[in-house]
Design a protein around this ligand. Structure first.
Ligand code: ZN
Length: 113
């Protein structure tokens, strides 16, 4: 009985760690947190956090690199202002359409300098 619970705990922790890895977060860190606290608890936290905001996707090789990177470490793709322009965030980031439009105008003005 106890070994069944322990097995389920470990199995769910591994699933949470795999999910964390899919969300571009630390596999080992989330596995340790799941084992130490609770796989259900860490899974809820992970769902609330979403994707790692410190990473951006390379348009050439689709690998994730740090958002400050100007060169992809996998394929040496050089991120330019044009790529940044193509990666404009979706509207969901802003509370109102006016906020988004204002941000977009400022961004386009900044990039076309
Ligand atoms: Zn790349």
């Amino acid at each position: 009985m106890t070994s069944g619970i322990a097995f389920s705990w470990i199995a769910f922790s591994i699933m949470v760690a795999a999910f964390a890895h899919y969300k571009r977060r630390s596999l080992i860190g989330w596995l340790a947190a799941s084992l130490a606290f609770s796989p259900i608890f860490t899974c809820i936290i992970l769902l609330c956090l979403g994707d790692n905001p410190d990473l951006k996707k390379c348009p050439k090789c689709a690998e994730y690199v740090h958002k400050e990177a100007s060169l992809c470490r996998f394929c040496n793709f050089a991120f330019s202002d044009q790529t940044e322009k193509d990666n404009l965030p979706r509207r969901g980031k802003f509370r109102t359409l006016q906020q988004y439009e204002k941000w977009k105008e400022a961004r386009v003005r900044h990039l076309s300098k």
